[in-house]
Design a protein around this ligand. Structure first.
Ligand SMILES: C[S@@+](CC[C@H](N)C(=O)[O-])C[C@H]1O[C@@H](n2cnc3c(N)ncnc32)[C@H](O)[C@@H]1O
Length: 406
């Protein structure tokens, strides 16, 4: 059975993440905002995905994109489906992606469907559509993924429509707790959203790494968001930062995480057998000179991003900060290369500066990666130029650079 994923605000990031975790062959982009995956929904580790907002199981593919025909199909087939749900009030919701229908028409379809199901003796509550897509909060709060819940997704795929049922949505409350409730935050080093941290980690951990134990290093760990998210995935983590205060913050944040209900208290048995083993390690270190021990096989990091410009900087200021960042990142790549095993993989969020609408100034180090001994990894389903996380009004964007040691 195939899964359908609805991708986040920057779909290319979600596609690259899926490709990194599951391989290019099983990922099939659908229009702009979704992807089909040749994997059962139960085998998709949805909680670790930062770039997908809904996971659904594919029910059928219709040979039409005409909403009236889709509506006819729904009215005929849904009452039968409703009979198979457990007893209780049915929670119904509809979301449409890429099809020509208005929210008003969609709401009318929902009401007709509700009526048709009610005629079978079943009580139904419809979550009304203000827009074509129900958001994650609405799906959660209306219990649409519960035992009697039924959110149907309709996604245009060329001349066809994929019909799927949502099984999981991004847990926004959990992200908020992880982001806002940590004891130590620091606006100066920037606020890396946990979702982006997950994407960075998933781009660093290749498909074959999923089942093996990996040790992940963040050499610019700051307050530890990447370490926190990797730890929640059950990955052992190691963080270093040049500033002692940041290392203390990371320590405190990681201890806090341990006490949270979703912290990975279930550790692999080999670690439980060794009492000196800590599931994370944090120490002070200058990434341009530090010797890491143990040697990590995977690196996921948001590097130094330079000045946090909030308005367009002068050319001089921009060139100066770009040159400062470039030097640190280049020296780091030279230093760490001598310590990494061949084939080790890195995903670095490095700065790029938005100098015009969707136009970026990139770090010069991007042009000398081969000389430095790295191969830049590209993706089949996302272009390198799309792997930049930014908001329209932001000057400092984060370019995701995925490397492999040659
Ligand atoms: C953009 S912040 C990373 C924030 C981090 N992702 C977090 O969760 O808070 C960059 C970090 O790099 C650190 N840094 C700057 N230069 C460094 C260097 N040469 N070696 C190691 N860390 C450095 C800064 O102290 C800062 O904490």
């Amino acid at each position: 059975m195939q899964s359908l994923l609805i991708l986040g605000r920057q779909p290319a990031l979600g596609l690259a993440e899926l490709e990194s975790l599951y391989g290019a062959d099983v990922v099939h982009p659908v229009e702009r905002s979704a992807a089909l995956l040749d994997i059962e929904p139960t085998a998709v580790d949805f909680n670790r995905l930062g770039g997908s907002i809904k996971l659904a199981k594919v029910l059928t593919v219709l040979d039409t994109t005409d909403w009236r025909k889709i509506e006819d199909y729904l009215l005929k087939s849904s009452p039968k489906h409703a009979e198979q749900l457990p007893d209780g009030k049915m929670q119904l919701g509809l979301s449409v992606y890429g099809l020509r229908v208005t929210p008003q028409h969609l709401l009318a379809t929902g009401l007709s469907l509700k009526k048709a199901i009610k005629q079978t003796g079943r009580s139904v509550r419809l979550t009304p559509n203000k827009e074509l897509e129900l958001n994650s909060a609405s799906v959660i709060h209306n219990n649409l993924t519960g035992p009697t819940g039924w959110e149907l997704l309709f996604v245009r795929s060329g001349n066809q429509t994929v019909v799927a049922q949502t099984v999981q949505v991004q847990n926004i409350d959990s992200y908020t707790v992880r982001d806002r409730d940590r004891p130590k935050r620091d606006a100066r080093v920037g606020m890396l959203p946990p979702k982006l941290a997950q994407i960075i980690i998933n781009l660093a951990v290749s498909k074959s790494d999923i089942t093996k134990g990996v040790y992940l290093l963040d050499p610019f760990c700051g307050t530890g968001v990447i370490l926190q998210e990797a730890s929640l995935m059950g990955i052992d983590v190691y963080g270093t930062d040049i500033e002692p205060r940041m290392v203390e913050y990371t320590d405190e944040n990681m201890m806090w995480l341990l006490k949270q209900p979703e912290s990975p208290v279930q550790r692999p048995s080999e670690y439980e057998a060794d009492p000196s083993w800590r599931y994370f390690k944090a120490e002070v270190g200058d990434a341009t000179t530090h010797q890491w021990a143990p040697i990590p096989r995977v690196i996921a990091s948001e590097t130094y991003l330079g000045k946090p410009f909030t308005s367009a900087p002068s050319n001089e200021a921009l060139n100066q900060t770009a040159s400062d960042c470039n030097l640190i990142i280049k020296k780091f790549l030279v230093n760490v290369r001598t310590q990494l095993p061949r084939g080790a993989r890195l995903c670095l969020a490095i700065p790029a500066w938005q100098i015009g609408r969707g136009q970026f100034k990139h770090l010069p180090v991007l042009d000398s990666l081969r000389e430095l001994g790295y191969n830049r990894i590209s993706f089949e389903h996302a272009r390198d130029s799309e792997l930049i996380y930014f908001r329209e009004d932001q000057i400092v964007a984060r370019e995701l650079l995925i490397l492999e040691k040659l």
